[in-house]
Design a protein around this ligand. Structure first.
Ligand code: ADP
Length: 279
């Protein structure tokens, strides 16, 4: 009877495990389908009409309905700015939902990290200038401040990473724009690169700005997290930038980290595996 009881017990255990696996799978399917519905609803019901509104405002601003008086032009500009902020927020929410549900398609390409970073510095130059920041490339190899390890080696043109170049550009734009937004006018933002152990290729963005308060540092990569609620109004951010950046870097097989000292500055670094191929 011991064998019989044992067999019954094992069968019961198997049934319980199967039911739990099926219910977890069912739950996952439901969550995924809810996420899909959410993404398409947000795209069609919010983003599309907003794009039309912005287009119309733009036409009015350009005088398509005839010359407008000064006050009206100012009001249209305010509506336009706020509409753009709303669109930015919607795009960020869509990006993060797509990333989480695996619906963001990556166009993988093997590219020298050096050229990607140099391009990002060029592209973001006008943005930095709008904050009176000088955006510069550090001499290589550059060890990020606060990172206590070997110096690393200079990147060669043959040092490639497999990334989606557009998504990598988004990562760089996020880090550079944060550094500019949180630095005083006239400051410098430095972009550095290095190779570590012939395995990792790293890019870092260093500023001498406000730094991140110690108490906020554990929450930096959380969704909608901002050190100071008024940041949103002052800098126009959504608090989603770093959450998206982290998810993008991890999707590309990399890691992201930072070192920040309040009132001294911050350094964010991204490490990507050298020559790793994605299926
Ligand atoms: P936001 O849209 O507000 O820029 P992020 O997710 O990019 O959102 O950043 C979250 C918060 O982290 C910012 O609001 C800011 O408080 C802080 N932060 C990020 N980067 C920096 C930086 N380089 N210097 C100081 N604070 C920063």
């Amino acid at each position: 009877w011991i064998w019989g009881a044992g067999a019954a017990f094992v069968t019961l255990l198997l049934i319980i495990t199967s039911v739990s696996i099926i219910s977890q799978w069912h739950h996952r399917q439901r969550t995924m389908s809810m996420q899909q519905t959410f993404i398409s609803t947000v795209s069609h019901e919010l983003r599309t009409p907003l794009t039309v509104i912005l287009g119309t405002l733009n036409m009015l601003h350009n005088g398509i309905g005839g010359a407008l008086d000064k006050d009206l032009v100012r009001l249209i500009a305010v509506a336009n700015d706020n509409g753009k902020r709303l669109k930015l927020l919607i795009d960020d929410i869509l990006d993060i939902e797509k990333l989480e549900s695996g619906q963001l398609a990556f166009k993988w390409q093997s590219v020298p990290l050096k050229s990607l970073v140099e391009e990002a510095v060029d592209i973001n130059q006008p943005y930095a200038e709008s904050f009176a920041i000088s955006l510069v490339l550090a001499p290589q190899p550059s060890t990020p401040p606060g990172v206590n390890d070997a110096l690393g080696e200079t990147l060669e043109n043959s040092d490639c990473v497999e990334v989606d170049p557009e998504r990598f550009a988004q990562v760089m734009a996020n880090l550079i724009s944060n550094a500019c937004k949180h630095s005083p006018q006239g400051a410098q933002v430095v972009v550095g690169m290095r190779r570590i152990d012939n395995r990792w290729l790293e890019v870092s963005v260093t500023d001498n700005g406000n730094g991140i308060p110690w108490s906020f540092q554990p929450r930096v990569f959380e969704r909608f997290a901002q050190a100071d609620g008024s940041d949103k109004r002052r800098t126009g951010g959504t608090g989603l930038g770093l959450a998206i950046t982290k998810a993008l870097v991890e999707e590309m097989g990399g890691t992201i980290g930072f070192h920040s000292v309040p009132h001294e500055g911050s350094c964010f670094w991204v490490r990507l595996p050298k020559d790793k191929k994605h299926e």
